[in-house]
Design a protein around this ligand. Structure first.
Ligand SMILES: [Zn+2]
Length: 549
């Protein structure tokens, strides 16, 4: 039977502060050693940083070191910090409100993808074991006045040491913080505590916002009257598809063998995302706020592109094979196909993206309204890339078959990821072929846009969700493709030759809202022609019908 001698609370806070500093922050120390000079001065700076963080931890814990609080608080910190340290070590995750939102809006399949034996080892060794030791350790508190006095002394000492070290190293530390904003997102546990407050603030702000409608004046342009057929505009929202790995965009591997052969396909080379995670990018690209003015709490309470299209009289359907539309489809028809039981496409409560095309022919055969169909892909969702495609699309081997990416070679991770794109190539190509085959019946078109990119080990980062300011290009540079049937080009006055010529123009998800309104000939004061990427490529005269501009 383990018996531990009773200790004073100040010893508990000192030991706990040291443990938090050393046990959960190895990623921080690793990073600090890389970004500071490799000489004695750099080492001294790291040491000063450590002392300051230690004193700050100790100060806060001392203020909270009361009988009913201290033990449960520390146990909770150990448990959560263990999980956070795991994700930071495994995927290079930085903790901010966005990352927390990302976790909060993740569905069960995505969570399952992230669980691993290693995570439980982390939680066991860094969470459960120290919590148990703490539980077994009796803490002897003094009588009130003396206890308060001792806390005051420890607090003052902590502040004094912190202040002295900060002052002596002021220059080095201030330039370190100025140049490395990521540091405050790396200190466990203050990073996730700060993130929690940020996320909570966002939720409260969102709950207080009044609901705002958008484009109440939206109507269809008279040009619609010249259309000979109904139209189907398909907007595919991709997942984690970075431009860099698309064969059709110049990647050294042919990850898009079928799309390469699609006649009339336009591949845009310079498109950037609004965020680095689904929970930002998806609501942002469907809103008219643009990246610079995007506000998550506002987006939740404001209509977006799909509402305006619907108000203009189009049928809007969101078909989802992922974790939902993040509020963007709340007022249009939602078809969740991610949990269907199709034995050829679905297993383990997940479906391949081809499920998005199921029944599409019948849908076109019976189409009686002009329709915008959004298809939300599972795409290249990590870390378990190998689960996203059927075996026959495994063009590149060997493949990492673990969600603990740093157990795998870089090459096998990239192989798995590239295979997801080979499968996306197949799905998009199938879609285009289907749309082309029906172009005499219905005006058909497809626009594909990925939500954000993905890191595959560059700068030791994996997955995505790095704060935008710090995120590498791979998380922001996304693929965008467009295809218009001949009949659609005529009806909607799209000059694809012109688009093909301007495919290198810098574009971003800020363009989606206005480009869709422009393309679909919707009149509204919320439309901004400057952001409509199709505006300069609207044909002047087509089949004798004068264009509208
Ligand atoms: Zn995403």
């Amino acid at each position: 039977m383990l018996t531990i001698k009773a200790v004073r609370p100040e010893w508990v806070t000192l030991v706990a502060s040291a443990f938090l500093l050393v046990g959960f922050n190895f990623i921080l120390w690793q990073h600090l050693l890389v970004i500071t000079a490799a000489d004695g001065r750099g080492l001294l700076l790291c040491l000063a940083f450590a002392v300051i963080v230690f004193c700050a931890f100790n100060l806060v814990l001392t203020l909270l070191a009361f009988r009913p609080v201290l033990k449960p608080l520390l146990m909770l910190l150990f448990m959560i910090s263990a999980g956070v340290a795991y994700f930071m070590a495994q995927y290079g995750v930085l903790m901010d409100a966005g990352m927390l939102r990302n976790f909060a809006e993740t569905n069960a399949t995505e969570v399952r993808d992230l669980l691993s034996l290693k995570l439980f080892v982390y939680i066991g060794l860094l969470g459960v074991l120290p919590s148990w030791l703490l539980f077994k350790t009796p803490i002897s508190y003094r009588r009130w006045p003396r206890e308060l006095l001792s806390k005051l002394l420890v607090g003052v000492a902590s502040v004094a040491v912190l202040g002295a070290v900060a002052m002596i190293n002021y220059q080095g530390l201030s330039s370190l913080f100025r140049n490395h904003h990521e540091l405050h997102l790396m200190v466990v546990p203050s990073n996730y505590i700060g993130a929690s407050f940020g996320y909570l603030r966002e939720q409260v702000a969102s709950a207080k916002q009044p609901f705002i409608t958008l484009g109440e004046d939206a109507s269809r342009n008279p040009a619609w009257q010249t259309h000979a057929r109904k139209s189907l505009t398909v907007l595919v929202v991709g997942e984690s598809a970075r431009a860099e790995n698309f064969g059709i965009l110049g990647y050294h591997r042919d990850t898009t063998p079928q799309l390469d052969k699609e006649a009339g396909l336009i591949a845009f080379t310079d498109v950037h995302s609004c965020g680095t995670e689904t929970a930002v990018s998806v609501p942002c690209m469907f809103s008219n706020m643009g990246r610079k003015n995007y506000d998550a709490s506002k987006a939740k309470n404001e209509e977006g592109l799909l509402d305006v299209l619907k108000r203009a009289g189009l049928d809007v359907i969101w078909r989802d094979n992922q974790s939902g539309c993040k509020g963007t489809c709340d007022r249009v028809t939602l078809q969740d196909v991610s949990n269907l039981k199709d034995p050829s496409l679905c297993a383990n409560s997940e479906c391949r993206d081809e499920i998005l095309l199921q029944g599409l022919q019948h849908f076109i055969d019976t189409l009686d309204k002009d329709t915008v169909l959004v298809l939300h892909q599972m795409g290249s969702h990590g870390p378990e890339y190998f689960k996203r495609y059927p075996k026959e699309y495994e063009h590149f081997t060997p493949v990492c078959e673990s969600n603990a990416l740093n157990n795998c070679s870089r090459e096998s991770i990239v192989n798995g990821y590239d295979n997801t794109l080979v499968y996306t190539d197949h799905v998009l190509s199938m879609l285009i072929d289907l749309l082309r085959a029906n172009q005499d019946k219905v005006d058909t078109a497809m626009l594909y846009l990925s939500d954000h990119g993905e890191s595959l080990g560059e700068y030791n980062l994996f997955l995505h969700g790095t704060p935008y300011m710090l995120a590498p290009e791979q998380q922001k540079h996304v693929a965008m493709l467009a295809w218009f049937s001949d009949s659609y080009q005529k009806s909607f006055a799209v000059d694809t030759h012109c688009l093909q010529m301007s495919r290198d123009k810098p574009l971003s998800q800020d363009n989606l809202f206005h480009s869709m309104l422009g393309l679909l000939e919707v009149n509204s004061k919320v439309y901004n022609q400057d952001l409509d990427m199709f505006a300069s490529c609207r044909s002047a005269v087509i089949d004798g019908v004068l264009a509208r501009e």
